[in-house]
Design a protein around this ligand. Sequence first.
Ligand code: CA
Length: 246
Amino acid sequence: MSPAARILIVEDEPAMLTAVRDILDSEGYRVQTAADGAVGLEQALEQKPDLLLLDVMLPHLDGFALCAELRRRAVDMPVLMLTAKGEVQDRVTGLDSGADDYLVKPFSTDELLARVRALLRRSRGRRRIATALRLGETAIDLVRFTARRDSESLRLTAKEYAVLRLLAEQDGQPVTRERFLDLVWGATAFPTTRTVDNHIASLRGKLEPTPEEPRWILTVHGVGYRLDGAECDFAETENSNGGVTE
Ligand code: CA
């Protein structure tokens, strides 16, 4: 039988922390805790728990920034955000920062356990990573970081490859500028959404036959960008937290 799943709770309110810890303890999960965002990030990186329960308002580093930083470092454990009641915008921001689900406080024991089980179940699956991309005559290798059009080699920056990979992994769905910033630039940099637009313009200049009338990298007005008509190759990777019990 596989060992019990390890869950890290990052929560600064002692009563809430104790309550959640006791619930998870009594279900047999192995629980670790942190009471501020900076310590939480450190523990999440070091201990690689199977699931992170993350409060939003935290000292030193808030839950959104913590989550975005994990995703920027390609740490893909499931994250369940604990948001205050009625903070609808928080939920959107939370999911945008790479959280998998959210729970509005106050929540019931059953609801918490159901979400935890669902996320652990999902994370035992495999993760899909875009490895190559074809846009018409242009072939882009997202693993070796090379790009060619016919015999011509194209020079793309590391950020441009990261932008393409993120677009490729959405299956044609739009990616918001904020999500680009979170996942490509990270919480520690200070770019503006204009930075995203500049990189998209540069990519179109390199990849699009007619950059001012793009065929592949399309603008979704008021939202962001999406990839249209691209052929993508994907690889599946084992999740680091495979094989956990519920
Ligand atoms: Ca808090």
